[in-house]
Design a protein around this ligand. Structure first.
Ligand SMILES: Nc1nc2c(ncn2[C@@H]2O[C@H](COP(=O)(O)OP(=O)(O)OP(=O)(O)O)[C@@H](O)[C@H]2O)c(=O)[nH]1
Ligand SMILES: [Mg+2]
Length: 265
């Protein structure tokens, strides 16, 4: 139970089978957890049809209705921690993130990073085929986040990430409030505030070729206001205490112990 890649999906029928195959075909042994939000296009059924092919490596959690990226990942994090995984990855289903970069993120965490971020905006990082307005929005969001929060991360909205388990254990998910892309900023901000090392690994991000984007105005608005809110909250003394969760960590350990006991039986 070393590495699991969490992939949230909403209407990804064109990508899902190929992205699963691409992760499985990596040399290292990655498990995959799909969190599907009741995709009307039947994404979850495609995943289920692949269970016999990837027994013990492919898992699916289904939620009823589109509840957002942030809560999908939190659901996945809790699931992965309960099962005892040590390295927990976030990745999109649409091939914007290249599965062959997983290993470099893993190595960064192995070498001491609490969080390894697949970064477009560090040296040797790149974005391919994105329209100029998307690049401007993404770069603008990164700059804005850094100015407001002073967080030393060049690609704070990045969604290709490896977390060491201990980082997720330390964060109290009850106080992670954003559902869209602001969630990505919030997670990095929480890890940074709790003193974990964040390392950015250069990646080339590619625009999706198949399926539709889920980006919308609400997500942008949440990002703009969300960053201000994070900064505002962090001015108060009890912010770190609220963010960290001894209780959450203990609970995760308890789950793990229970799971080990169950497996030993
Ligand atoms: N479970 C779940 N997954 C979601 C939700 N919204 C987006 N996703 C998935 O999250 C990943 C990222 O979403 P995208 O639509 O690709 O967002 P993006 O990469 O910023 O936008 P594009 O570059 O335009 O594709 C994809 O795998 C989506 O299927 C949601 O509400 N619930
Ligand atoms: Mg995408």
């Amino acid at each position: 139970m070393e590495k699991i890649v969490i992939i949230p999906t909403y209407n990804e029928k064109e990508n899902i089978e190929a992205i699963i195959a691409a992760v499985i075909s990596q040399q290292a042994d990655y498990h995959i957890l799909i969190i599907d939000d009741g995709s009307p296009d039947g994404t979850a059924n495609i995943v289920k049809s692949l269970f016999p092919k990837y027994t013990g490596r492919l898992f699916l959690e289904e939620r009823h209705g589109k509840l957002g990226l942030g809560t999908a990942y939190i659901h996945g994090f809790k699931w992965a921690m309960t099962k005892g995984y040590k390295y927990i990855f976030e990745m999109d289903a649409d091939f914007s993130h290249n599965p062959s970069d997983l290993e470099r993120l893993y190595n960064a965490c192995k070498n001491g990073a609490g969080v390894a971020v697949g970064s477009r905006y560090v040296k040797n990082g790149a974005v391919e085929n994105w329209p100029t307005n998307r690049i401007a929005l993404s770069k603008g969001a990164s700059l804005y986040t850094r100015i407001i929060t002073w967080m030393p991360v060049k690609d704070p909205t990045a969604g290709f990430v490896c977390y060491q388990r201990k980082v997720l254990e330390a964060i109290n998910f009850d106080n992670i409030s954003f559902v869209g892309y602001a969630f990505q900023i919030e997670m990095k901000f929480a890890a940074w505030k709790l003193g974990f090392k964040i390392v950015e690994v250069p990646i080339t991000f590619k625009d999706r070729k198949l399926g539709a984007s889920k980006m919308n105005k609400g997500i942008v608005k949440e990002g703009i206001l969300g960053v201000l809110e994070l900064r505002w909250q962090s001015l108060f003394k009890n912010y770190r205490r609220r963010l960290s969760s001894e209780q959450a960590a203990n609970q995760a350990n308890l789950f793990q112990q229970q799971d080990i006991i169950l497996r030993e039986k």
